[in-house]
Design a protein around this ligand. Structure first.
Ligand code: SF4
Length: 478
């Protein structure tokens, strides 16, 4: 069985069922997420991790408060450096801008560095439809491009595949002899990609952060492909969400530290590529044309609706690695570009084509592990609860949820009713448990969704108040 058999456009429940029924997916996810989490904990522990998180949070709050000014400063500096800045309201506009640059510069072959922003707007598809050849050059992205799949993790796009799956894919697509040696597989990919770098007309990347005071686009990689795509082709285009700003070079280094330690657990990445404009007279390398596309695509609305905190995300993926839901179902089950806890928050808010986006805020146990792992201290559980509350306010909660909450309210508003409900629940569940030999194995629909995968324990025979009263009277007697 392949590690991803999920139809992204299928209903949410079906996507989740498919993921849960795939044992190889669970193996692949466990291997990677546990390793990445352990590496993050060790790396943050090697410095004052709490201080780093506090400082990063403070800086990102400043950025949100001063976003228009920072964007203008960034634009002015890019222009002063000889580059071009384009503003895109939505995905269609962003795609159109990149297409026009490609047509005007007669660019036929495009090499790309890993970018969630380009995934968000389906840029590859738009370019390929216009007849261009697009090559992903990040190894993980290259693998999923060969497999015809989208990424399933913000940082590690191929996290859902085991080594065995990648080996089979390379044999099929690259005509490679069977091997499980990652170094041999990497060497084959490197050899193929080298040719693409040398013959590409245009390089496209995302942007990990953009420095306002210098007009600099920063890309963090471990493979050096970010530097090659931004320096070798004639034309370079960086696509970024408008929230990617940092005010100063010092802030960039702060965010860089928070990012690498939280994403891969490194103290520094192998490459940090910083580009501020096209090649100048006398330069031996660099693009002839340098473009930055700054994209809104729903971000201003997020800010307006009170979800600005989610715009502080630096896309490190730490919340995905610790999430008990993501670890079970992986990224494709979310059906959107962004998965895990941060995806469950932003996917319903972005104008993306996701099937059942309203289900995503419920894909969480609200355990808080994501908030504890986040280097920007984003309160993801609270944002998820806010989204659920919005659904109730907008009348979008399911009939069953509404009835359940009404029943709960009815019982909670009166002490007598609450106690009677407790007694009734105890009586009912005790009877059902005794019928099935101790624990309840089957409940009638819709509660059967619970017992399909786990037992349901009977309610306690005595309420807390009763047990407490008994305890007090025992003490008095002694
Ligand atoms: S929400 Fe926090 S932990 Fe999750 S990807 Fe964003 S910065 Fe990282």
């Amino acid at each position: 069985m392949a590690t991803s058999t999920i139809d992204l456009y299928a209903p949410y429940d079906e996507r989740v069922r498919t993921a849960l029924n795939n044992p190889h997916l669970k193996t692949a996810l466990n291997r990677s997420t546990i390793r990445l989490s352990n590496q993050r904990v060790a790396s943050m522990g090697a410095v004052d991790g709490q201080l780093l998180r506090d400082q990063t949070r403070q800086m990102k709050e400043y950025v949100l408060r001063h976003l228009p000014d920072l964007l203008e400063q960034f634009e002015a500096n890019i222009k002063a450096n000889g580059g071009h800045v384009h503003w895109a309201r939505d995905a269609a506009e962003a795609n159109q801008i990149v297409l026009e640059i490609a047509r005007r510069t007669n660019s036929q072959k495009v090499v790309k560095s890993k970018s969630m922003a380009t995934e968000e707007i389906h840029l590859n598809h738009a370019l390929e439809e216009a007849g261009m050849v697009v090559m992903e050059t990040d190894l993980g992205e290259y693998i999923i491009q060969l497999a015809g799949e989208p990424p399933s993790h913000i940082v590690a796009p191929v996290v859902h595949k085991r080594l065995e799956d990648i080996s089979a894919l390379f044999q099929e697509k690259l005509d490679m002899p069977p091997t499980f040696d990652p170094e041999v597989m990497c060497a084959v990919a490197r050899q193929r990609l080298r040719q693409e770098f040398l013959t590409a007309d245009m390089g496209i990347s995302g942007c990990n952060f953009a420095i306002a005071e210098t007009g600099t686009v920063c890309i963090v990689t471990n493979e050096g492909n970010g530097r090659m795509i931004s320096a070798m082709p004639r034309v370079y285009v960086a696509l970024m969400g408008l929230e990617k700003m940092v005010p100063t070079v010092e802030d960039a280094i702060l965010q860089y530290q928070a990012l690498v330690r939280s994403s891969t657990g490194q103290s520094c990445s192998v490459y940090l590529s910083m580009s501020s404009g096209p090649r100048k007279l006398g330069d031996t390398e660099g693009p002839e044309e340098f473009h930055v596309v700054i994209m809104d695509n729903g971000r201003s609305d997020m800010l307006e609706r009170g979800y600005g905190e989610a715009l502080m995300c630096i896309r490190c993926g730490a919340c995905l690695n610790v999430c008990p839901v993501y670890r079970e179902i992986g990224g494709h089950a979310y059906g959107s570009t962004y998965s895990g806890p941060i995806g469950a928050v932003i996917s319903p808010l972005l104008p993306a084509h996701v099937t059942n986006p309203e289900k995503l805020p419920h894909a969480s146990t609200l355990c808080g592990a994501c908030r504890d792992a986040c280097p920007v201290k984003i309160d993801l559980p609270r944002l998820l609860v806010d989204l659920r509350a919005d659904q109730v306010e907008d009348g979008k909660a399911s009939w069953l949820d509404r009835q359940a909450m009404q029943g709960f309210l009815f019982a909670m508003r009166d002490r007598k009713r609450y106690e009677q409900a407790g007694k009734l629940a105890n009586l009912g569940t005790t009877m059902m448990a005794s019928l099935s030999g101790g624990t309840i194995k089957v409940l009638p629909p819709p509660l059967s969704a619970w017992t399909n995968s786990r037992d349901f324990p009977a309610f306690a025979k005595k309420s807390f108040r009763e047990q407490w009263a008994e305890r007090l009277s025992r003490r008095k007697t002694v």
